[in-house]
Design a binder for this molecule. Sequence first.
Ligand code: ZN
Length: 457
Amino acid sequence: MSTIAIFGSYVLSRKDGAQDVLRDHWVLVEGKKIAAVTRDRPRADEVYDRPGRFVLPGLLNLHNHCFSEAVARSHSEDGTGRKNNQSIVYTVLLPLTKRGADILSAEERMAVARLGILQLLKGGATTVMEPFRNSIPEMFDAAEEMGIRFYGAPYLFSTSDAKAGPDGVVQYSGDDGTADMATWDALYQRWNNRGDGRISLAMSPHATDTCGPDLLKACAARARELGVPITTHMAQSRAEVETIGKRYGGRTPAQYLDWLGLLAPDLMAAHCMFSTDDDLKLMAARGMTVLNCPRVFARAGVTAAFSRFAEHGVRTVVGTDGYNMDLLGELNAASLISKITSQRADVANSPELIEANTAVAADVIKRPDLGRIEPGATADLTVVDLTHPHLQPLFDPRRALIALANRANIDQVMVDGRVLVDGGRYLGADEAAITAAGSAAIGKIWDLPEAQAAFNG
Ligand SMILES: [Zn+2]
């Protein structure tokens, strides 16, 4: 079995179930596993002996959208495309990604998928959960090809073409999600456990206002039969809260999912920032997880504070959603937005945020072998270069990581014992070629008349 030794001026290890920052240690990898964490330099086939590195467990990003991020990039800031400062999910993102997936060839969709995975890897993520339109199955091909650990979450909708009217209410077109369930099943058969086990599926009913009770119950039943996690969007806009209240007897989105049996430890719900305090108490009691993505909402002037969920006892991890896809930047935003919202400097501290996106996130997807550096754990690692001038001199590496570092400081990314990124560069293919091909494909979507109208209108 081949061995790799990586030196860390700091290694984020564990002791008695808690983080333990070691100075000047080595992480020894044998095959796909972490074999040892040692003070002395171990013998190994490959040795990375670079000073000033912070060796972390591989970071998990459990909510990301490669395709819509690229579609909206630099088009959606400063209020562009927003009517009355409302969410652009139903007016811009969903219609454009649907049209985009339809007009692009399989190779062009693959180019967009590769561009997304490249960004994620270079940003230090080793595991990603990605909800996406089921007409973009190339997400799986790109993930397998590029070596990332990937939970693909092809959407299920109760309506095939979700669109919101000027009032923000989503219109249904009458179908029932049966076709989406059949597509999900086919993708599960084809992809689950591929790539040496790195590729998995999650059940992904899109949101509370695009999925009716029958579909949500069917999703939960199928997911629990297969033992796969469930992910959705919940309480992500005021319009969604109003829609659910009108349709279902005054229920909040959290009460709606609880009524249908989905509010449970296997549920990861993105956003939830229009959940009430009573909702948060219910969510904490049910043991579900909030996927907190503060930057995509900060873009629109809305605060989604990690600390609000955490203080209510709700298990919370940070994801990047369809904006920027820079996990270190997102953790920084989670810290700052929590401090601003609570007007306290001590909330959402660095160890807490690092824990959220390592050990806690790994537990959420029932993978206690991930998110930890300890003997026997799976060898997924994120190595940060702390020698940059903005990171020296250094007193506390965890604070430096959350408060000062960014994705350009990612030095190495290892998944399943394979070095995918080294010296900040992706080793598997030509980065410039991936970027050019992905950009060209996205350009075709930007050229669509409806895209021009959406972004400029
Ligand atoms: Zn999302």
